[in-house]
Design a binder for this molecule. Sequence first.
Ligand code: 5GP
Ligand code: MN
Length: 346
Amino acid sequence: MLTKVIEQSKIDHFTKWFDRADRIVIVSHVAPDGDAIGSSLGLWHFLESQGKTVNVIVPNAFPDFLKWMPGAKDILLYDRYADFADKLINEADIICCLDFNTLKRIDNLAVPVEAASGRKILIDHHLHPDNFCSITISHPEISSTSELVFRLICRMGYFEDITREAAECIYTGMMTDTGGFTYNSNNREIYFIISELLSKGIDKDEIYRKVYNTYSESRLRLMGYVLYSKMRVYKDCNAAMISLTKDEQSKFDYIKGDSEGFVNIPLSIKNVIFSAFLREDTEKKMIKISLRSVGDFPCNKVAAEFFNGGGHLNASGGEFFGTMEEAEKLFEQALEKYRPLLTAKK
Ligand code: 5GP
Ligand code: MN
């Protein structure tokens, strides 16, 4: 049995909307990750199975390693089909906002979502959600939005209607937001849910291979290059940083997703508890910052204070407008400031 994480009043409230709704739109955050796509498609499969007309809309493209997911081909990208998406959002009875806590995280998609007259529900696990939905299901203690979607469907009484396809999407989100169940994954109920998903016929080993073992040769060479030549280890701060410029990306035929997970690698060095990955984003002309930590070091605080960002305790990010050298310097300043916390003896 699962603990009743989501308040009963919210389940009842959403059920009321759901019974009367016909057209539903699901939106998720920019640069969608496995949990954004997994939770959106998991919910999409379920709602479709109940005879609703459902569309998933995300601000921009998602990585190739998620394209195998059942339903992925039908996801609308807002940066390509804004007019059509605007119409769907306008006409929706319900708009489900998944895996983000503030409208800023959905880029231009925020404009039609904010203006829409449909009822809005937030299902998310990031800290401090803004108040832009009538129902806010926000549980930072839960490791993925996909898990929350599973819990919501079950609490509404529809476990039986979860198909293998929906289960595959939900599992993918749970797996990717916990690094294959290697962090944020000590809640034993996660494993109960996995067992339930397995009962739907998912092949979890195959899902792992499809997500993590389908990279290109150039990605692997890029990884070799950054680890050998670009990784700086700050032993005195128990931290590390990797940066990747535009020129380096073109040298390795970089495509979106090629540096996915790089930020985690330095954490496998003994004593390194804080890691940063800085990448020049050619589209947006800024430096995208990814931060990861282990234990209780709050990388979301560093993201907010230095890089105009935020996120979770152990996984956060932000943006920097300026040169790579300036971004690197700023990260080093952050290390100086946080040195006491980084070097505190446990
Ligand atoms: P990633 O490093 O995978 O891009 O992002 C990890 C987490 O950091 C995301 O799930 C999100 O919570 C947070 N995050 C990443 N970039 C930003 C940003 O620019 N602003 C905010 N507020 N959070 C971010
Ligand atoms: Mn998530």
